[in-house]
Design a protein around this ligand. Sequence first.
Ligand code: APR
Length: 243
Amino acid sequence: MEQTVISARLRDLLARARNVLVLTGAGVSAESGVPTFRGGGQSAVWKGMPFDVISSARMLERDLSAVWEWFNYRRGLLATLNPNPAHHAISQWQQRFANLSLVTQNIDGLHQAAGSRNVIELHGNIWRARCFECNSRQELPELRADCDVPVCTDCGGHLRPDVVLFGEMLPPGAFELAAHEAEQCELCLVVGTSAVVYPAASLPEIARAAGAYIVEVNPEPTPLSAACDEVLSDKAGEVLPLL
Ligand code: APR
């Protein structure tokens, strides 16, 4: 297979950049076995419901236990999976660059499992729950196959997955922090996202407007590709360790 060509300009930036932003999507976890949402044509369906129906704010109101059953199923899948070389490469970049900002749309926790810290999670995390009453966040270490609604250990209220569902706003502050880092970065790497879901997809645009060099890593073209300074059309697990 043909080796990915990395430009001299990118090599130079990788050697001297201080502020680097990495934005990841489902594609960075694809080589770990996590299904993507759109790339590859098909989209996930659960018990006859498309993922954007079962993963929606409306479903939370209509049938909370069905939502828990879906997320317990997904956690069961994820628990067997491990970070891949792309996750590991990014976690090592924390020592390499003075200021590395890692922003992810993924809820799978694989960046943290690879050792990345201070991950800006735009869409929440499947290993956490949040209380409807007191809004406290709680870790969900154990796996459950049932559809019981867990209760808050602080106030006894019902818990919901601490994940941004369709029809919901992002967690307060997460996007603002990511946008601030995008305005400061010299190099922005966009890895494994179809770049169609906003506001996450606006981050490379913010970085570009601030003069950053934009690099896309994705085996398939996206709406962002034409606006990038460099496109590495290959799998993240094969390209990122080369950078
Ligand atoms: N390496 C890099 N990119 C890959 C790989 C790989 N090994 N495999 C697939 N991809 C690319 C696909 O070509 C596609 O462009 O990853 C992208 C995945 O796109 P989506 O499935 O749309 O995932 P993402 O962009 O993260 O979706 C954004 O949408 O459904 C919501 O909340 C969900 O966070 C998600 C958001």
